[in-house]
Unconditional design. Structure first.
Lengths: 400, 319, 374
């Protein structure tokens, strides 16, 4: 008898849970059902609407980059919708949290929702698992931040990116270090991540090709705190510059411990570190650091279009555009240009994208047949007085 | 191998520094395990709470730069006290909320372990919560930086290694605290209660030991030690983060097992050993193999000494 | 009294039909039970196809994908870990290692050597089992908590090694893992995820059948004996190490199968797909549902996989709620949501196979309380 009662209590618990869930579910459905209706009614007129998705991390540890991108792209679509075009855009977020697992499960949902184009997937890891799905569903996608070089070798037809890959960034950064810094002895360190190790390996190779020597090659664990063994190694190798492939939070810890350990060599890192949070974390230790990127950090500009983007963005979100905001704006603009050309299906948009050629706020946008930019180069930034300033293209950039 | 020779002294110094933080955290695992036979998985979060309390305390002083003289002593003292108090208190609360009900009902230790993992996840997320724009968000994923309390200066050097004041402070403070704790457990009445319970709780009850008080005391001491570790960590690294306890906690737990879980001196020995081994190993094979080296050493040691280097002996340590 | 009870259960389970006085599912005639089983499997197979279910269960994600991973594969792994934790009473905190070994084997054989999924799957299972034996042979001599930390370390070693080994793709992992070939009209594709669910479901059913048969065999009784009192079992002539190794290898093989399926499902794997947290989650699933009881373990794994997926609208706070839920469920149902009958008897006896929290402290403390009351 006791058995039966126990079972009954479990059943009741599960039932209660299920009820709670369905209640929440219906609530939620009501909400999400209302929002598209609202947006279409406020639009008015007889204009058609297409769905464009954003895939990237909006929550989770690397969310800041995803939010920068979402905001940049949303700005472009909002401005476009305000012009009352023939085809309006319903911009939907798909939060991957930056995890490839999540992206795998989200991608079919994107297809089911009838999305025709995607800004994203943001990171290289999630691109790897999500793009095959978008490919199968014939959804045009433009990433604003995935820089892994191997992505364009998968034979994907619907995939594009609006920044050059690590095979462009690595040599650019490597050449800058050896030629312009100049530093002939370089320590190359990475964070064991797909992005960081990939970039560091390319820099490692370039330094050798440019006539420099790699003084030491090591990896740090971005989740750990104590980098003293690597610091000791660098100190004993005594290089003139240190290249670090990794993201800003570990870069900040690392550069701080380097300076505390008495290492004064110039700290160089890539786009993963190109964020104000790097300076916030490292404080004075970040001063003078060199940061490469195939993107351009939109700072005050003489170009009217760029300045307008900065002003609009700042007015809308209360902060200046940050890393990849401009790229996402350009990705969205490319999709808008395709829509303006009358394309409304994934295949038509993809077709239109292959003929696109315009001056974006970050750089000229023209895709080659594998979805890479025709022209991509590396830009160098420097930390000066606690701010990131752009030094321009790597071959002509000069340290200030 | 040449790297190992070249970097021997600097690896030794850094190994002992981080090792003493591991050792302090390992104490909490060891004490709780000795008395309750429970892997207190959430202990790493108790450490994390200590770091947050320390960062908060330092910010209260509103230092504009590294302190010196009497101010420095005052700030360090308050930071350590705040870290210990916060961690000790949260450890006691943790025991009350997540374990006591299971303990008094004699539930399986597996259930307690899952409860501990749940508490660990919960506490991590609590410290990722931030107020922004009048709303609560779990957006605090980045490091929280602290002002630098101690100007890092080089004191003297041994071979290739340079002894810095902050490293020396961490090491000395940890060792001093260990000695105090060892004396407390071995010499005082309360300590005898802990040892008696660890050895044979049933007899301890019959002899009039108040088990609940012993358990609370165990969590309090273990928590306070983790809190001190947190304060030293903040002085050493000037920052913290919600997930900071995770990696460090696993290392500290490994240290506790390596030294002989349940054994206070084993925790010290284990912590320092892990610190040294991972730094030596990193100098030979590269830092990416640190964790593999640590765990391989653990497996090897356990194969030959199944109860850790010093054996399980909280109750029997010089009893 | 409780000892007598557990003895009675032992005998009952040995004859394959537990004799319970209360009319329960187990007391129904065999054909009726089989009909129910088949109906359940059919219902599970239809899950991604029933209209409306997806909107309730997974409004934000593709329901069939969610069914495959995390739900299906979590259930598969939890059933595998149940053999180790639930049957043999061994605490494994690095179970994800075997999942990773299966996934990497499937991925490398498929993308580097051009093997098909069905050829790679048995190799993945075999290698995971070998890894289980290699890890188990030296470490299973260790007692409870030492085993826990060593297995935890093993899980980390596997992940870090994969990350540091260029041959395994390093941090880039392995890409272009082939999907299983189509079976009739069932094409395995990025968008057609239902076949994957049928595949996972098939594996789950297979594992349940194996698990049930083992539980009622000599092996199962040996495990029960080890779990309840290892020393006594050893003294009674049970070769405990051999049986512990067997449970480890079987559990590892199941995880390996799950890993191979996972690799072919995502077509790209990274070392980061196999963090320690996954081991902890699967263990939580087993204990939460009711360690040792298949229905309980399935429920536990389903909840652990599905709740965070379902409540994505609270995505910021879902880990927070999940952590709190784990604590609460353990506090109020420490034996799990659907406990195994024999395990429950063991728990009432006090040890529960894993020892009680605080050895004798719990019982002793309760005694003092009672004395105080008088």
């Amino acid at each position: 008898m006791r058995n039966v009662r126990r079972r009954a209590s479990v059943l009741a618990a599960v039932a209660a849970l299920a009820l709670g869930v369905t209640a929440c579910g219906s609530d939620d459905d009501g909400d999400s059902g209302a929002s598209p209706a609202e947006s279409s009614s406020s639009g008015g007129g007889s204009s058609a609407t297409v769905k464009v998705g954003f895939m990237g991390a909006l929550t989770g540890p690397d969310a800041q980059l995803g939010i920068n991108e979402y905001n940049g792209a949303k700005l472009a679509f909002d401005q476009y919708n305000a012009t009352n075009p023939a085809t309006k855009v319903d911009f939907i977020q798909y939060d991957t949290t930056g995890a490839p697992d999540q992206a795998t499960a989200l991608a079919p949902k994107v297809a089911q929702d009838g999305v025709v184009a995607v800004v994203g997937p943001a990171f290289s890891g999630e691109s790897k698992t999500a793009v095959p799905v978008l490919e199968e569903a014939k959804i045009a996608n433009i990433s604003a931040s995935a820089t892994n070089a191997a992505l364009s070798t998968n034979g994907w037809k619907f995939w594009h990116r609006v920044l050059a890959n690590d095979d462009v960034q690595g040599p650019g950064a490597g050449e800058f270090i050896v030629k312009s810094l100049p530093a002939t002895s370089v320590a190359v360190i990475d964070d064991q991540s797909e992005y960081g190790k990939g970039l560091a390996d390319v820099v490692n190779k370039t330094v050798g090709e440019q006539g420099g020597t790699v003084a030491t090659r090591d990896s740090i664990d971005p989740e750990a705190d104590d980098y003293s063994s690597t610091v000791n190694q660098i100190k004993s190798a005594n290089p003139q510059a240190i290249f670090y492939g990794g993201y800003y939070s570990s870069a900040a810890k690392f550069v701080k411990q380097l300076r505390d350990g008495g290492v004064t060599a110039t700290f160089v890192s890539g786009d993963g570190t190109l964020d104000q949070k790097f300076i916030d974390g490292a404080g004075d230790a970040a001063e003078g650091s060199i940061l490469s990127c195939t993107c351009v950090l939109a700072t005050a500009s003489e170009d009217a279009a760029v300045q307008k983007f900065i002003d609009d963005y700042t007015a809308e979100y209360g902060t200046a555009p940050a890393t990849y905001s401009a790229e996402a704006f350009d990705a969205a603009t490319a999709i808008i240009k395709a829509l303006e050309g009358g394309a409304t299906t994934g295949e038509a948009i993809n077709e239109a994208l292959s003929n696109i050629d315009f001056q974006g706020v970050s750089k000229p946008i023209k895709f080659n047949d594998v979805g890479e930019l025709e022209t991509g180069t590396t830009y160098i930034h420097q930390v000066k007085d606690g701010k990131i300033i752009s030094l321009g293209e790597y071959s002509s950039a000069k340290v200030q | 191998m040449s790297n190992f020779v070249d970097l021997f002294w600097s690896s030794t110094i850094d190994g002992l520094t981080i090792g003493s933080i591991y050792a302090l955290v390992a104490l909490g695992y060891t004490l709780v395990y000795g008395v309750l036979r429970l892997i207190n998985f959430a202990h790493s979060e108790i450490f994390m709470i200590g770091t947050f309390a320390s960062v908060g305390t330092i910010s209260l002083f509103g230092l504009s730069g590294p302190a010196s003289g009497l101010t420095l002593v005052l700030v360090l003292f308050c930071t350590a006290a705040a870290g210990m108090a916060a961690s000790g208190a949260s450890a006691v609360v943790l025991e009350r909320v997540a374990y006591r009900r299971l303990r008094t009902r004699g539930s399986s230790r597996l259930a307690a372990l899952i409860s501990a993992i749940g508490a660990s996840l919960f506490l991590q997320e609590v410290f990722a919560l931030r107020w922004s724009n009048g709303e609560l968000h779990a957006s605090g994923r980045d490091y929280v930086n602290s002002e630098r309390v101690l100007e890092k200066t080089e004191l003297f050097s041994i071979g290739d290694g340079i002894v810095r004041n902050d490293k020396l402070l961490v090491f000395v403070a940890a060792i001093l605290m260990m000695i105090v704790l060892d004396r407390f457990v071995n010499r005082t009445r309360l300590g005898r209660g802990i040892r008696a319970t660890a050895q044979d709780s049933e007899s301890a009850v019959l002899m009039g030991v108040n088990i609940n008080r012993v358990v609370v005391l165990t969590f309090l001491i273990g928590g306070a030690m983790a809190g001190l570790a947190g304060a030293l960590y903040v002085v050493y690294f000037d920052q913290t983060r919600y997930i900071i306890g995770f990696v460090l906690g696993i290392k500290a737990f490994t240290a506790a097992v390596l030294g002989g879980i349940g054994n206070l001196r084993g925790a010290l020995l284990g912590g320092l050993t892990i610190g040294l081994v991972e730094n030596y190993g990193a100098s030979i094979w590269g830092a990416e193999w640190k964790d593999v080296i640590t765990f391989s050493i653990l497996v090897l040691v356990l194969l030959f000494r199944p109860n850790g280097i010093l054996g399980e002996a909280l109750g029997r340590s010089k009893a | 009294m409780s000892t007598a009870l557990s003895k009675g259960r032992l005998k009952g389970a040995g004859s394959g039909r537990p004799r319970t006085p209360v009319p329960s599912f187990g007391g129904l005639p065999t054909p009726v039970r089989w009909v129910v089983y088949i109906a359940l499997v059919a219902l599970a197979a239809a899950l991604p196809s029933i209209p409306g279910v997806a909107d309730i269960m997974s409004p934000q994600n593709d329901w069939a994908s969610v069914l495959v991973f995390p739900i299906g594969l979590y259930i598969l792994m939890a059933l595998g870990l149940n053999v180790v934790v639930g049957y043999a009473g061994l605490l494994d905190l690095g179970y994800v290692a075997f999942f990773a070994i299966g996934a990497y084997t499937g991925a490398i054989l498929g993308s580097e050597y051009g093997w098909g999924f069905w050829e790679a799957l048995p190799v993945g299972i075999l290698l995971s089992m070998i890894a289980g034996l290699l890890l188990g042979t030296p470490t299973l001599r260790l007692r409870g908590d030492y085993l826990a930390i060593v297995t935890l370390g093993f899980g980390e070693i596997i992940r870090v090694t994969a990350n540091n080994t260029d041959w395994l793709g390093g941090p880039r992992g392995v890409t272009n893992v082939p999907r299983p070939p189509a079976i009739g009209d069932l094409t395995f594709g990025a968008l057609s995820t239902k076949p994957y669910w049928y595949l996972v479901l098939g594996l789950i059913v297979l594992v349940i059948i194996i698990g049930k048969r083992l539980e009622r065999s000599r092996v199962g009784r040996a495990w029960a004996a080890i779990r309840e009192d290892e020393d006594a079992a050893e003294l009674m002539g049970v070769p405990t190490l051999k049986f512990k190794l067997a449970s480890f290898a079987i559990g590892a093989g199941i995880a390996g199968a799950g890993g191979a399926v996972y690799a072919s499902r995502t077509t790209a794997i990274l070392p980061d797909n196999f963090p320690f947290v996954l081991s902890a989650l699967i263990l939580a699933a087993v204990v939460l549902g009711g360690s040792g009881n298949i229905a309980g373990v399935i429920l536990g794994a389903f909840l652990v996989a599905w709740l965070p997926e379902r409540f994505r609208e609270f995505q910021e706070f879902r880990q927070l709620f999940f952590g709190a839920a784990l604590v609460l469920i353990m506090l109020f149902r420490p034996q799990g949501l659907l406990p195994n009958a024999r395990r429950k008897a063991e728990l009432q006896e006090g040890s529960g196979g894993m020892g009680t929290l605080g050895a004798e402290v719990g019982a002793a403390a309760t005694q003092t309380v009672e004395v105080d009351k008088k």
